[in-house]
Design a protein around this ligand. Structure first.
Ligand code: NAD
Ligand code: DAU
Length: 342
């Protein structure tokens, strides 16, 4: 069976591709990716010589390219998206173009062909902040940022295509992923790599926000479970089911990274908060657990392994961080955060 994986050169998509080719000898994978700043062919190096792997550089919003790539595919997993909340505040249009319009173009192409399953990777951020308890798949959507609103728009279009046109769609709403190959703009890889270089670790606001940190290999195996065993038309939350109070707030994550690297607390730098910063996310994963999915990583072990991976793989992240594109973004996002306060 051939699977089209869009956004497969990114963080979670590349983990899914590597794991799928390792686990299913009979499967073939086509990755379609625009190679934005976040797409990196090095993430696919481990499978580059696999005869079952094919790469197409294209935009999911390009109907012709998507139709060609879909030829012969039985399943589609759509990871392709603009994904960073801070960038969605600086440049919201890019998010609407890819996460809404691009998703719709992909849906339309998939329904024109005899696709057996179309899995849309969405996010727990569509629920908005959840101050206590956990979001169930039936909860209302209340996104706070242009990123989460675009993701909500994308998944609602996928679900509408399922109802209206019979697209065999499934939606996964995932919690915060972390692990190897994550672009160093997100909290954990940014703070690890800054700490290695003795650079300040920016903490937004009071650092008391809470995320449901989920190892990327558990996230990818959750997607695999939904793709192969989930019921068409349904939504599944994916997230680390460890007890809420064992998952630390941001500031504790940052301090633990410093501790693991033997770096001083003085590297913590409090900066102006992100606008509309959601205080806490937590999803109820009972529906996914009901499919037999079980995570393999505790956050404690996963964070330590991730810190080791970045320490051992400077050749992967140094070219990204020293690149002009990354430095321009970093300067824009952090140099004058007072702009966010206005
Ligand atoms: P990422 O930013 O690491 O990778 C995104 C990939 O999509 C990149 O390879 C990029 O080149 C590609 N891409 C972007 N625009 C494209 C377009 N128009 N056409 C084709 N390819 C395009 O993202 P990630 O963290 O791996 O997230 C993957 C998916 O999972 C996204 O849909 C995201 O919303 C969702 N998600 C992520 C997390 C998380 O914590 N990282 C949590 C929940 C859900
Ligand atoms: O919840 C799932 C979402 O998780 C995904 O849908 C998104 O694609 C992914 O980017 C992630 O969004 P967050 O905004 O939660 O992730 P980020 O790593 O940007 O931030 C995590 C927390 O850390 C958040 O509360 C903001 C804070 N933060 C982040 C950065 C980059 C800081 O305090 N300092 C920082 O420098």
């Amino acid at each position: 069976m051939r699977i089209l994986v869009t956004g497969g050169a990114g963080f979670i998509g590349s983990e899914f591709v590597r794991a799928t080719l390792e686990r299913y000898a009979a499967d073939e994978v086509t990755v379609l990716d625009k190679l934005t700043y976040a797409g990196n062919l090095a993430n696919l190096d481990p499978v580059a010589d696999d005869m079952r792997f094919r790469f197409v550089e294209a935009d999911i919003a390009n109907a012709e390219a998507v139709e060609r790539a879909l030829d012969g595919c039985a399943m589609v997993v759509n990871f392709a998206a603009e994904t960073h909340v801070d960038r969605s505040i600086l440049d919201p249009d890019a998010f609407v173009k890819t996460d809404v319009l691009g998703t719709w173009t992909l849906c339309q192409a998939a329904r024109a062909q005899a696709i057996q399953r179309f899995l849309q990777v969405s996010t727990d951020e569509v629920y908005g902040a959840v101050l206590s308890g956990a979001s169930s798949e039936l909860d209302r959507l209340d996104p706070s940022s242009p990123y989460s609103a675009s993701k909500a728009g994308g998944e609602l279009l996928v679900l509408a295509a399922a109802k209206t046109f019979g697209l065999p769609a499934l939606v996964v709403r995932g919690a915060n992923a972390y692990g190897p190959y994550q672009y160093p703009e997100k909290l954990i890889p940014l703070h690890i790599t800054n700490a290695i270089d003795d650079q300040p670790l920016p903490v937004y606001g009071d650092g008391q926000q809470r995320r449901q940190w989920t190892h990327v290999s558990d996230f990818a195996s959750g997607i695999d479970a939904v793709l192969r065993q989930g019921r068409v038309g349904e939504i599944y939350n994916v997230g680390n089911p460890e007890a809420d109070d064992t998952l630390p707030v941001n500031l504790t994550v940052t301090r633990r990274i410093l501790e693991l690297l033997g770096k001083p607390e003085s590297l913590v730098e409090y900066v102006v908060d992100r606008p509309a910063h959601d205080r806490r996310y937590r999803v109820d994963t009972s529906k996914l657990l009901g499919l037999g999915w079980r995570p393999r990583w505790s956050f404690e072990d996963g964070l330590a392994a991730t810190v080791r991976w970045y320490a051992d793989n400077e050749a992967w992240w140094r070219p990204i961080k020293s690149g002009e594109r990354h430095q321009a973004y970093y300067a824009q996002n952090y140099a004058d955060r007072s702009a966010f306060a206005r």
